[in-house]
Design a protein around this ligand. Structure first.
Ligand SMILES: [Ca+2]
Ligand SMILES: [Ca+2]
Ligand SMILES: [Ca+2]
Ligand SMILES: [Ca+2]
Length: 257
């Protein structure tokens, strides 16, 4: 019976995927959130549903790919990524995150936090859109991009992290920053959760998010180029969904303990 269900799931997903010529996400995906359901904005397509801090279904908007969430100041998303410690440390040192974001023009010229690795949000954010020069992205420790994002425009931002070897930021498939590499188990290693869009002292002007994804390894430049820009429809490998739907998540959970 299980194999019948798997077959049906695979056929349905494969048909849907090929019909739309969607881009299949690279291997190692551990979480994928699309904000496509206004009645369940925290829903995970792959992995664990998001935690919501000061955001709810009323912040769902039609925008980006299949809907997005309007993340105002003092609001953030609690992202359980299901990546175990790796890279030779006690925390997650090899990882990647994808964020489809749009910063309204009214936020440009202010700090816009993109992620915070401190799970209690008790220190500075760790990845920002900078206030001045407006629209550069990064943080002092890693450096900032020279290129800038514009207001009211959707971007697909990917950060590929391999502590202590590399920290790279890509926008719409193009590398924008060869960042300063970071230490094992340091500021850019992860606890079991990461906070998307959080900052401890108000450097979190409003932004929109249409897609989030995380991987348990540093994606390569070629892989990130293949994912395209914020209008490229991306889908998990059918096997990833089937596995997670049928209890794979439980197995991953047990391995981590
Ligand atoms: Ca490594
Ligand atoms: Ca701050
Ligand atoms: Ca921090
Ligand atoms: Ca979406």
């Amino acid at each position: 019976m299980k194999s019948t269900i798997i077959s049906i799931v695979l056929v349905v997903l494969a048909t849907a995927g090929f019909a739309r010529a969607d881009v299949v996400l690279p291997a190692g995906l551990t979480g994928f959130w699309e904000f496509s359901d206004s009645t369940n904005v925290a829903h995970a397509t792959v992995g664990t549903d998001l935690g919501l801090h000061n955001v709810s279904g009323s912040d769902w908007v039609l925008g980006g790919l299949g809907g997005a969430i309007d993340v105002d100041r003092s609001a953030w998303l609690i992202v359980t990524h299901n990546i175990g410690p790796n890279g030779g440390g006690s925390y997650v040192n090899e990882w990647s995150i994808l964020m489809d974001i749009m910063v309204p023009q009214s936020s440009i010229g202010n700090w816009v936090a993109l992620y915070q690795t401190n799970t209690s949000n008790s220190n500075d954010g760790d990845f920002f859109v900078k206030n001045n020069p407006a629209g550069q992205i990064g943080v002092a420790a890693t450096g900032y991009s020279t290129n800038t994002i514009s207001g009211d425009t959707w971007y697909r931002v990917v950060v590929s992290v391999d502590n202590p070897d590399s920290y790279r930021i890509y926008v719409d498939g193009v590398q924008w920053l060869e960042g300063t590499p970071q230490s094992i188990d340091g500021r850019f290693s992860l606890d079991p959760t990461l906070l998307a869009f959080a900052d401890e002292d108000g450097e979190d002007y409003p932004k929109y998010c249409s897609t989030l994804a995380m991987w348990n390894r540093p994606l390569t430049g070629a892989e990130i180029a293949s994912i395209g820009n914020a209008s490229t429809v991306i889908v998990p490998e059918p096997a990833t969904i089937a596995l997670l739907c049928l209890g794979g998540l439980g197995i991953i959970g047990r391995k981590r303990r």
